[in-house]
Write a protein that binds this ligand. Structure first.
Ligand code: XIL
Length: 510
């Protein structure tokens, strides 16, 4: 199966949308090589349809630079997985600590993202002191907790999961200190208190196994109807959507969303993941992709569905293996932060494929890391790996990759090397070519090609360790090279370009 030619690069992952726009514009203004319109991130595709696309995150994973780069660029909304929960924010009665939650709202502010606050009132991750209170003191403690936290995050949290998981599977109210103390009225009291503290935040009830029609979603529907009738400040219902391939897709998800919407409420998919029994295989992965696609389609079909949040975007930081022993692989990206077929399924559902070409043939991207400890010595050592994010195999002999750099005086002849690759350096070709009209950061490029082979859907070549030097062994200054950055782990590299059949399919040329 050969790669179809395409005239548009379609991936901009890893680069903030604004920056991509700026680069594309700069290139156009400078009259440089044609740079086609980027297709946008998941969030951009969702935003074009009036929705957001977000991810859970939290403090432990934010120092992972490659993780944070994709979190900050691909997603328009984030939810702290743990750091706004009661056990973190008020571990001792009356002693509040918002430091960790603030890290998340700060990240969002820096990346132009909205935040869903999660969660004010929940039976779980609740510090022991709440359960030890005499019931007569629980209402005051709950009101104080909500007031302090919602006030602290005023203007920073767009929507709150005010009450999380109020129901049992059969639709009865779940036992909790709040229900014991106040009966089912605790829900309305919590909503009123949150509204008083932050009148601008959208207030939600959130639960799992309410995605489809059934006893539990009927209970949520009855409660939401009652609260709306009584004029209690409720804006929406959050469906967690912790799905599993072995349990089937929730029955009538779209119709269920629509009945909440018909009450005048917003609906949000708040914690989407699709787990499976390990080991993963192609069949389970296909089912998973279908579930992600169906959730996306349901949200798109219901006008009041405001957006989708995945419960972290990568298997690297999933809660699933720790909570459901033997299960995993639940997220859109694998543990190496490489998008899985489910990612493409969501993308396609959001309208992000090539529109009319049918499927997603041979979508390629390149990831790069610097293997060079010195940016000022006589060798350049890029590590590159080609990834097929599409649905069909890509024929490698049609593919070339360009790594752009400056020669920095010295000889104009080069030696190039492939030092190691799991696909075998004997299939990798490499040469240096001069740029006919030198650009800032690029008067030469290292061109990498392949003598044979194909890359299956979802597969990667694995790293290709490359090296080049001038034949007079004079030094480079890599710091200003277009494709260079100092990152030492593999990350999507929009400034390393990929061509199929001679046409640009990934990245932005200098
Ligand atoms: C999970 C977190 O992801 C884990 O890190 C933590 O150990 C337990 O809670 N429903 C919810 C979330 O509403 O708060 C849960 O998050 C996942 C299930």
């Amino acid at each position: 199966m050969s790669l179809v030619k395409r005239c548009r690069p379609r991936r901009t992952r890893g680069l903030p949308a604004l920056l991509v726009g700026a680069l594309a514009l700069a290139t156009t203004l400078a009259g440089g090589p044609a740079t086609a319109a980027p297709q946008g991130t998941l969030h951009e595709l969702a935003a074009a349809q009036g929705k957001y696309f977000g991810s859970a995150t939290d403090n432990p994973e934010l120092p992972d630079a490659a993780y944070a780069a994709t979190l900050g660029s691909e997603f328009g909304q984030i939810t702290p997985g743990n750091s706004m929960k009661w056990d973190t924010t008020e571990p001792v009665q009356g002693r509040f600590d918002f430091a960790k939650g603030d890290v998340v709202t700060d990240f969002a502010q820096q990346h132009g993202q909205t935040v869903r606050g999660h969660t004010l009132v929940w039976h779980s991750q609740l510090p022991g002191w709440v359960g030890s209170l005499p019931p007569a003191q629980v209402e005051a403690a709950m009101k104080n907790h909500i007031t302090e936290e919602a006030t602290h995050y005023r203007g920073k949290v767009a929507a709150w999961d005010v009450v999380n998981e109020p129901f049992n599977e059969d639709g009865t109210y779940r036992a909790s200190p709040f229900h014991t103390a106040m009966g089912s009225d605790y829900v309305a009291t919590a909503l009123r208190t949150a509204h008083a503290a932050d009148p601008d935040a959208k207030l939600y009830l959130n639960d799992y196994n309410i995605e489809g029609l059934g006893a539990k979603s009927d209970a949520m529907y009855a409660l939401a109807s009652k609260l709306v009738d009584e004029g209690v400040p409720l804006d929406g219902v959050g469906m967690q959507a912790h799905l599993a391939v072995q349990y089937g897709f929730p029955y009538e998800m779209r119709a269920n969303m629509q009945r909440f919407a018909d009450l005048g409420l917003d609906v949000a998919v708040t914690e989407l993941d699709v787990r499976m029994q390990l080991p993963a295989d192609a069949t389970k992965a296909a089912t998973q992709s279908a579930y992600y696609r169906q959730v996306t389609e349901a949200c798109l079909a219901v006008e009041r569905c405001v957006g989708i949040t995945v419960w972290d975007y990568t298997d690297k930081y999933s809660w699933v293996p720790g909570t459901f022993p033997g299960q995993g692989s639940a997220n859109l990206y694998d543990e190496n932060l490489t998008p899985k077929p489910a990612y493409d399924a969501v993308r396609t559902a959001l309208g992000g494929d090539d529109g009319g070409e049918g499927g997603d043939p041979g979508a390629l991207k390149v990831q790069y890391r610097s293997s060079d400890s010195s940016a000022g010595d006589n060798q350049i050592k890029p590590g590159l790996q080609l990834v097929n994010t599409g649905a069909t195999a890509a024929s490698l002999p049609e593919v070339t990759i360009r790594y752009w750099f400056t020669s920095d005086n010295g000889a104009s002849t080069y030696s190039t090397w492939c030092d190691w690759s799991p696909i075998g350096c004997n299939t990798v070709t490499h040469r240096v070519a001069a740029v006919s009209t030198p650009k800032a950061g690029a008067d030469h490029y290292l061109e990498v090609g392949f003598g044979s082979g194909s890359l299956a859907p979802g597969a990667t070549t694995g790293e290709i360790q490359l090296r080049l030097n001038k034949t007079d062994w004079s030094d480079f200054d890599e710091s200003d090279d277009y494709s260079h950055n100092a990152g030492t782990s593999y990350a999507d590299a929009p400034k390393v370009t990929v061509y199929a059949g001679g046409e640009l399919v990934w990245g932005i040329e200098p």
